[in-house]
Structures are given as structure tokens and as C-alpha cells.
Design a protein. Sequence first.
Length: 426
Amino acid sequence: MRELKATVIGAGSTYTPELIRGFIDRQDSLNFKSFYLVDINKEKLDVVGGLAKRMLESKGFKGQIVLMQDLDEAIKDADYIFAQIRVGGMEARIRDEKIPLKYGLLGQETTGVGGFMKALRTIPVMMDIAKRIEKLAPEAWLVNFSNPSGIVAEALMNHTKVKMIGLCNCFVNMKAGIAKNIGTDDFDYEYLGLNHLSWITSVTANGENMLEKLGKSAGEKLKNIPDVDYDDELLAAVPAIPSYYLSYFYLRDEQIQNCLKAEKTRGEKCVIIEDALIEKYKDPNLNDKPKELEERGGSLYSTAAVSVVDAIENDKNEYHVIGVKNNGAIPFMADDDVVEIKCTVNRKGASPVPVKNADNLYIKGTMQAVKAYEKLTVKAAINGSRADAIAALMVHPLIGDYKKAKAVFDEMAKANAEYLPKGLLL
């Protein structure tokens, strides 16, 4: 096996031990000899990086583990680059959750206007990272988890030359839930959508269609989404298993009320969880990811990331659900639309598998509307265009109203002024 260099951008994240656990679990098939962990927050990097070192060394790792803030040096000659950045930190996330509620809009970090503002902060930084990769590590694969993952992928795959994999842990959790409910992990499936807007339209095991039997029982609930319940008529209206985030579309008013009633936003809860994790990570005797990390919401995160890298590096021709350009796989989407879909993954990257069950008008209409929103958001972030920003919010199914869109955008843009292109500001 060839020797590999991994770079983790945003390595001060409390998720990093989850990723490191994935590397450890795959050390027989992935020969990483150096890990470059980079973050703008040196204090957090030292703590989280210290745990990462102990984890690797406890399993006999003899290579380099480098903690640094020099992004270019970390990227240079890397083979795989993992990005998990949060521009503006948790403070910006909490604003994204709270401000929309004033206008009767959903307060959520990746969906609706909260995800929109996060995209405007994140895309310029990820574009800069991609340009550095093009120059310093042109053959590297960028594996991105930075949210909103789908919009970031839409920007980078259509506006840079970087070799990129857009990842999310949604499907991995849904797949685990299906396996638990049907009693086997040996099943075929069809999955289509956009990131945080996706459906399983077919599940087949032993030649039997399992979709009706599964109903709404597919996947573990995510920590960051309030519990909801779907009635039979709703599931009959859209006969597919929805990913967790569809609850914000199916039951919008109920989810807004859940946000309004909550004593703390999910971001405020995460601050408490992260503070406790950082204190735990400081323990010099801790050399594995603690169970408490599960409360942060990154279930099976490393499984999604490292298994895809394994498939690329070892030319496995495995199926994985990832964000890629459509290239005809979903007939009603454009070729350059980044979609989340079942792909064949090998040394060449990811190739989408053509979808057969794509005739649902609800799915088609919702995907096309949200893709228009994503493309307008990318234009707004890259060109600094207020017109594109307002249009993005007006076309989004969870927003729509012009006066609400303009008012919430102006307040959120002012609160995020230091992170946004100047053209977006009044």
C-alpha cells in the first residue's frame, strides 16, 4: 500500500475523534503515515489534537501527527483532505437559529434561512481552500462535511477544479435503521435527493419489496432534529422513506413551534455539550472517543467518510450515497446539478447510478425548487449579489414571502457582516 498524508481542516472540532476512530478502524486498508491537523483556534486544536495523538499512538501508530495553523503547509502534497469548518463558530449558528423565528420562519442551521446564511459564510472560505488545493495538492481528494454540505458541493464542483466528495451521515444512519428493522444488511436500495432533502424510494431484500413494510421505520433519529410523527395519509401522499430533514418541509409549522417552545436552541445545547467534551478531552488518560460524543449528533460520521476514502484508494467499486454532479442519473435534474444519490465509488471517484423510481411529482417539484434556491445562493456568495440572495429566499419552499425574505436577510446579513461579501450588505 502506498503511504498517505491526511489533512483535517477544522481539526479543533469535537467531531475529530470520531474521524480518527475511523482511520484506526481502517488501518489495515489505508496506510496513512501522516496526519496534519489544522485549525484557526489553537487552544481547541491543542486539546482535540492531543486526544487524536493519544488515540493513534495507543493503537501503535508510528507516523507523523502534526498540529498547525499553517493551512498551506497542511494542504501541500496531501492525498486526502477532510474539511469540517464552521465559519463564525457556534455564536453564528445560534444567531441563525434565533433570528428567523422573529419572522415566523424556521430557525435551523442547515435548512431554510439559517442554512442560507451559513452557506453565505462558508462558501467563500471553502472556495479559498479549494483554490489552495488546486495549487498545492492538485491530485488530492477533498472530502467535505462542512455544512450546508450540498450547497458547498454545488459551489465547488461547478466553480473549481478540485476533486471533491460531498458527504453527509444521513443515509448511513438511515441504512443502519433499515438493516435493524428488516433483520439484514443485505439489501438493495434506491436513494435520491439533495443534501438534507432526500428519500429512499426502493428497498429490496431477498427479491421482496420492503418499502411498505418499513413505512416510517427507517433510520435512527438525529439528535439535532425534534421528534415528529408522520401519519399514514402523509406517507401515502409521498410513498418513499424521507430523510430526517424532510420533517421541516412536511410539518413546517409544527417544527417552527418546536423551535419557539424550546428553552434553548440546538446550538445553545451544543455549546454545553462541546464545553463538556473539551474538558473530557483534556484528560491525559483518555485515548478513545468518549461515549458522550454521541450526544453531539455525528453518529456514523467516520463510517461515511473513511469508507468512501477506502473505496477510492483501493478501487473497490462500492456503492455509497454521496453528493455528485447528476450527469443524467435523475432525469428531471440538470447534468451539473449536484445531487445526493447512490454512486459507484472507485479510484476514479464517484459515478451516479441512474434512478428508476423518479416519477413522483412531489419529489420532482421540491427538488427543483430547492435546487434553484441552492444555485441562487451560490451565485449570491460568489458574486456578492443581493438580488440573487433575495431571489434564493423567495424560491425556497420554507420562505417564499418577499417582505419576510428581505427583512430576515437584512437583519441576518448585518449580524454576519464580517463574514459576507460586501455586495450583500445595505
